[in-house]
Design a protein around this ligand. Structure first.
Ligand code: TMP
Ligand code: MG
Length: 212
């Protein structure tokens, strides 16, 4: 039973507000794990390359309008369509480092005033992360990093609401990372937490029990 002897990979999620350094940290982490001979892969949501991702992209860049509920479901579908592939990579031993996941999904839509419980439902049954690292940065510090971009949600008011909702979503999978430090300090912190998670997942099966 060789297949049963393969150690599964971990599902590591990085979340955070815009300008928190999340994307940089995700790719640095994958480079580090690779250098340690740990099979790993970087994923990002939304994945703008798929057909749902293209619809999401044109919404985010203000090229099209969509109703709030409809775009919420598109973000969720964009995750669902990746699940079979993610599950098989995890089971074959690949650790996945994911830039944004269901927490962004709920925080951003709920920040527009939609009911948080409604926002959670479409993601019920998606793969449960082994670890969620939330890169927390006060809004003033984010603004000092050069301001927000041009996309639909990259506005001060929205970002303030999103951060508050993110913090309401904290669960037992979460670890808060102080993102108001140097990139290198944050990087070392993240590495340590990921390595200890990798040490603990041996016999833990992959779960799909969000949001319990
Ligand atoms: P990005 O800048 O990481 O590509 O994310 C695009 C924007 O989409 C960002 O403002 C966060 C938002 N978002 C949602 O509204 N719902 C989601 O499910 C995800 C993953 C991102
Ligand atoms: Mg962005």
């Amino acid at each position: 039973k060789l297949a049963n002897m393969v150690k599964r990979g971990a599902l590591i999620v990085l979340e955070g507000c815009d300008r928190s350094g999340k994307s940089t940290q995700c790719s640095n982490l994958v480079n580090y794990l690779t250098a340690c001979n740990i099979d790993s892969k970087l994923l990002k949501f939304p994945d703008r390359t798929t057909s749902t991702g293209q619809m999401i992209n044109s919404y985010l860049t203000n090229a099209t309008e969509l109703n709030d509920q409809a775009v919420h479901l598109l973000f969720s579908a964009n995750r669902w369509e990746a699940m079979d592939n993610m599950r098989s990579m995890l089971l074959s031993g690949t650790t996945l480092v994911v830039d944004r996941y269901v927490y962004s999904g709920v925080a951003f839509t709920a920040a527009k005033g939609l009911d948080m419980n409604w926002c959670k439902q479409p993601d019920v049954g998606l793969l449960t992360p082994d670890l969620v690292l939330f890169l927390d940065l006060p809004i003033e510090a984010a603004e000092q990093r050069g301001g927000f971009g041009e996309e639909r949600y990259e506005k001060r008011e929205m970002q303030i609401n999103v951060r508050e909702l993110f913090l309401q979503l904290q669960d037992s999978l979460w670890q808060l990372i102080d993102a108001n430090r140097t990139m290198q300090e944050i990087e070392m912190d993240i590495r340590q937490r990921v390595l200890s998670t990798l040490d603990t997942i041996h016999d833990k099966p992959l779960k799909q029990d969000l949001w319990t």
